[in-house]
Design a protein around this ligand. Structure first.
Ligand code: AMP
Length: 122
């Protein structure tokens, strides 16, 4: 899928739409999800134009990939999520119900998040 430069996260990166920023560095921006699904629900996005995890890891530089993953960990530490735990999740494509076509990792925390997605067939 080609990158859509008008997706909502691209607009946030350009400063055209506000966000509640949690962290920013040269490779990544983290902000609170507008419709949180846990007491803490933060999105971490790379600054480059990548659609999904597979696109990001195919086209981004080693520095971008390392910087992005370091940002995910930094956010978890800075928000105090490590002691009780947190979940990271990235949706890609139709079956995963990806809504915004700019690669992002969700960080969920702040309650018992339950197990993963349940057994096949449920
Ligand atoms: P996904 O289904 O993985 O693509 O998730 C997209 C996420 O982006 C959802 O959890 C939305 O609530 C969130 N979202 C959409 N628009 C905004 C926005 N303007 N600011 C913050 N989060 C947003």
């Amino acid at each position: 899928m080609a990158y859509d430069t008008n997706n909502i996260f691209a607009k946030i990166l350009r400063g055209e739409i506000p966000c509640k920023k949690a962290y920013e560095d040269e490779h990544a921006l983290a902000f609170h999800d507008i419709a949180p699904q846990a007491p803490t629900h933060v999105l971490v996005i790379p600054k480059g134009p990548y659609v999904s995890a597979d696109d990001f890891t195919a086209r981004a530089s080693d520095a971008e990939i390392a910087g992005f993953m370091r940002a995910v960990g930094t956010v978890a530490r800075d928000l105090g999520l490590v002691a009780k735990g947190y979940r990271i999740l990235a949706n890609a494509g139709r079956d995963a119900h990806q809504e915004v076509p700019h690669f992002h990792v969700h960080i969920f925390a702040g309650k018992d998040l339950g197990r993963m997605i349940g057994p096949v067939g449920s």
